[in-house]
Design a protein around this ligand. Structure first.
Ligand code: NDP
Ligand code: 2IT
Length: 448
């Protein structure tokens, strides 16, 4: 190993040592840093200016107590986070996750990924992420409202329309964003674009709800086009049944595919005639029930216990849209063995490093999350633009812009992979293309 390569290892070691007990962050950092070896060889100025040491260290990390009362008057204490990772390209931007598994390592990996994802969108957004170990499942609307208000009582000190703009993620959708927006307005007297994913009546953008799922399918469509393939007539499996999964289903179906399976953290529904999207929407968006209920509505829909079983189902295209590390080596091997030709990640880091290796080695189309799911944050960027103008664009206008952004991301990721001599490796392409812009901006802005 030459001296330049030692630099990469040195920075990986710093990330490991300084972020003790945070394996998700180690995983995300190691993947990006490994991709950057050829970049560092070509650009010694990045090492001289300690760009990698700086980029793996968040600019600011906030952790806070979130006290709230349930409907019976019992008091609960959760922990809230906001990690403002990098502001070289614009105000911090990134979602908020409410899930019992949330701790600093989850928010840190998501914030780190967000830096490069936001850079790929071509819009002016830095990287951040926030969240809490609060579990919204089974909570009443008023409990969720009180939690969101308490969360904002502390968060409001650190965010602003031109400093840091949160949005949704797992467990945070339109309802939660609405409650947080209300509390922000009460505390600050400001009615501005402080959050994205807002309701359409108070500054939300048309097509933001659909954007991540649609964008993931648009990205996948570009990968397929390069192989003279398309969604038409293809069989698709989509893990998860939340915001991203639902709208990935909608777009894939519009393009002529059949979605035969979806899931939640308990199990999988399978229907060889196609999973009924309207039923899933009703169960998940309105009733907030488990995906299993779908099989009670349709006799052809089977329920299989255990969410990882979804990767055993034969398909042409797989869209992991649930959570990190949901697709392991075994799942990846199964997909490839069954003839899957494309995997595009709607979720953040859903494939384990071993699964990624299988995909890259097999030569199937593989679109990593930070490129394939960038449509959500890109449309958040479009919501910010509309809020600044005090205007709303039509669904068609926003969708057209989203589509173009995904086409452009695919082009730049593909081109970076070729330029750095790993054609077709979109992991390297996404990491390198995302990094270059941030690194150049950091160099230009001096040691801050
Ligand atoms: P939702 O909360 O709407 O849905 C999450 C889905 O994933 C649910 O079906 C949930 O099942 C499942 N899930 C969550 N945790 C686990 C777990 N530990 N094991 C198995 N399944 C799980 O979230 P989103 O659809 O918004 O987010 C899904 C993914 O997409 C996340 O990785 C998120 O970071 C990413 N993403 C989201 C964007 C957005 O705009 N919303 C943008 C870009 C990426 P259950 O109900 O059982 O928990
Ligand atoms: O992971 C993500 O990109 C998101 N959850 C969306 C972030 C945003 O600011 O819209």
């Amino acid at each position: 190993m030459n001296k330049k390569n030692d630099y990469i290892q040195k920075v990986i070691d710093i990330a490991l040592k300084r972020n003790h007990g945070e394996p998700e962050f180690h995983q995300a950092a190691a993947e990006v840093l490994e991709s950057l070896r050829p970049v560092i060889e070509k650009h010694p100025e990045f090492e001289k200016n300690a760009i990698l040491e700086r980029i793996i260290e968040p600019e600011r990390q906030i952790a806070f107590r979130v006290p709230w009362q349930d409907d019976s008057g019992r008091i609960h204490i959760n922990r809230g986070f906001r990690i403002q990772f990098n502001s070289a390209l614009g105000p911090y931007k990134g979602g908020i996750r409410f899930h019992p598994s949330v701790y600093s390592g989850i928010i840190k990996f998501l914030g780190f990924e967000q830096i490069f994802k936001n850079s790929l969108t071509g819009l002016m957004m830095g990287g951040a992420k926030g969240g809490s170990d609060f579990d919204p499942k089974g909570k009443s609307d008023s409990e969720v409202m009180r939690f969101c208000q308490s969360f904002m009582n502390e968060l409001y000190r650190y965010i602003g329309a031109d400093t840091d703009v949160p949005a949704g993620d797992i467990g945070v959708g339109g309802r939660e964003v609405g409650y947080m927006f209300g509390q922000w307005k009460k505390l600050t007297k400001l009615f501005n674009g402080i959050l994205t994913g807002k309701g359409l009546d108070f500054g939300g953008s048309l097509a933001r709800t659909e954007a991540t799922g649609y964008g993931c399918v648009y990205f996948c469509e570009e990968m397929l086009k390069d192989r003279k393939e398309s969604f038409a007539g293809k069989t698709v499996v989509i893990s998860g049944s939340g915001n991203v999964a639902i709208y990935a289903h909608e777009k894939a179906t519009q393009l002529g595919a059949k979605v035969v399976a979806m899931s939640d953290s308990n199990g999988v529904i399978y229907d060889k005639h196609g999973v009924n999207l309207e039923t899933v929407k009703c169960i998940k968006e309105v009733e907030r029930k488990r995906i299993k209920v779908c099989s009670e509505h349709h006799s052809t829909t089977k329920y299989i216990e255990g969410c990882s079983n979804i990767w055993n189902i034969e398909c042409d295209i797989a869209l992991p849209c649930a959570t990190q590390n949901e697709l392991d080596e075994k799942g990846a091997k199964e997909l490839v063995k069954n003839g899957c030709i494309a995997v595009a990640e709607g979720a953040n880091m859903p494939s384990t490093p071993e699964a990624v290796k299988i995909f890259l080695k097999s030569g199937i189309c593989y679109g990593p999350g930070k490129a394939a799911n960038a449509g959500g944050v890109a449309t958040s960027g479009l919501e910010m633009a509309q809020n600044s103008q005090r205007l709303s664009w039509t669904f068609e206008e926003v969708d057209k812009k989203l589509h173009q952004i995904m086409v452009d991301i695919y082009k730049s990721v593909k081109q970076a992979a070729e330029e750095y001599k790993t054609p077709g490796n979109l992991v390297n392409g996404a990491n390198i293309a995302g990094f270059m812009k941030v690194a150049r901006a950091m160099m230009a802005q001096g040691l801050v």
